[in-house]
Design a protein. Structure first.
Length: 88
């Protein structure tokens, strides 16, 4: 059964996502491969998030995220619809 995370202005379905599929939700204005790199860098750059994901099965080269992983990513990064990426 899928769960939905609700915010004032959006609903986000917590379910299994392909890595690239979720990355595109966070970075819709770049190529899919770039979106994947951006999301991977964010995850790897947050030691606490990476540690928690690793404990529930995330590994380098994973092709998908479980609902539990997606829940953690959203908790740390916010909903994809609200994510603002500034490339400094």
């Amino acid at each position: 059964m899928s769960q939905t995370m609700q915010d004032e202005s959006c609903l986000f379905l917590v379910r299994c996502y392909g890595v690239q599929e979720l990355a595109i939700l966070y970075f819709p204005d770049v190529l899919p491969s770039s979106a994947t790199r951006h999301l991977t860098r964010l995850i790897r750059g947050d030691g606490e998030l990476l540690d928690k994901l690793t404990k529930i099965g995330y590994r380098r080269g994973s092709r998908s995220y479980t609902p539990a992983m997606v829940r953690l990513i959203v908790r740390y990064l916010g909903h994809p619809q609200h994510y603002i990426y500034a490339d400094d």
